[in-house]
Design a protein around this ligand. Structure first.
Ligand code: AP5
Ligand code: MG
Length: 216
């Protein structure tokens, strides 16, 4: 099974992908996470991407498609892929078709998480994660059970993304509306888009995602 989670910044792509990884043993392919790892490791890709990401703009299609191709090459052919934050432009959608064909995979579903933009700013600005294991938290919606201690690994250090401030979030949303939303009709024409309500509570969104996966 190969699926795309499509939605604006803060829609819940990463949150839902993490659950699919746990429930179904699928693999999350988040170009945002890959790029942040490259920035942290100061690789050539990271050095190119850093300023672009800090501004909330899009990194080049060639860079992100190469990252996806490399990940698919490295993972087992029977492991399902969850594309999170990719593709984000018409060119990336075309490149993904070619990459999937090369790896003998087919796209099963494009799950669109529909959300309200003002709520997204609230979600993103309150978001943080465990510095050790990456588990996600939120100032309002999801605090650790014991304040200051990660539920999953017991870590006590937390971090926030540099692009999670209101101004950058607005740019990221403009980029989404201008470049990413227009790829939906390409997939709608193939009859594989499933639109779900991303404003519902996290568990309810997961139930809707599961219902789509159960269609097969
Ligand atoms: P990326 O890392 O992909 O960021 P994004 O698309 O802006 O999305 P986010 O990760 O911010 O949101 P999400 O949908 O994963 O939401 P989450 O689950 O965390 O990209 C970052 C940058 O990298 C880009 O700006 C660009 O520069 C570059 N880049 C990446 N991919 C690229 C590509 N393909 N091409 C070019 N450039 C690329 O949820 C958010 C918060 O809300 C969390 O705190 C969560 O707990 C909470 N939450 C989630 N769901 C719910 C719910 N249902 N109810 C209440 N709270 C919820
Ligand atoms: Mg994410």
């Amino acid at each position: 099974m190969n699926i795309i989670l499509l939605g604006p910044p803060g829609a819940g792509k990463g949150t839902q992908a993490a659950r699919l990884v746990e429930q179904h043993g699928m693999r999350q392919l988040s170009t945002g996470d890959m790029l942040r790892a490259a920035v942290a490791a100061q690789t050539p890709v990271g050095l190119k991407a850093k300023a672009i990401m800090d501004a909330g703009e899009l990194v080049s299609d060639e860079i992100v498609s190469a990252l996806i191709d490399d990940e698919l090459t490295a993972m087992g052919e029977h492991v399902g892929a969850i594309f999170d934050g990719y593709p984000r432009t018409a060119a990336q959608a075309e490149q993904l078709d070619a990459i999937l064909a090369k790896h003998g995979r087919k796209l099963d579903h494009v799950i669109e998480l529909a959300v309200d933009e003002d709520e997204l700013v609230r979600r993103i600005v309150g978001r943080y994660s465990c510095a050790a294991c990456g588990t996600g938290y939120h100032d309002e919606f999801r605090q650790p059970a014991v304040a200051g201690v990660c539920d999953k690994c017991g870590g006590t250090e937390f971090k926030r993304r540099k692009d999670d401030n209101e101004e950058t979030v607005r740019t990221r949303m403009t980029e989404y509306r201008a470049k990413t939303a227009p790829i939906l009709p390409l997939y709608e024409a193939r009859g594989i888009v499933r639109r779900i309500d991303g404003m519902a509570p996290i568990d309810a969104v997961t139930a809707s995602v599961e219902a789509v996966l159960a269609e097969d």
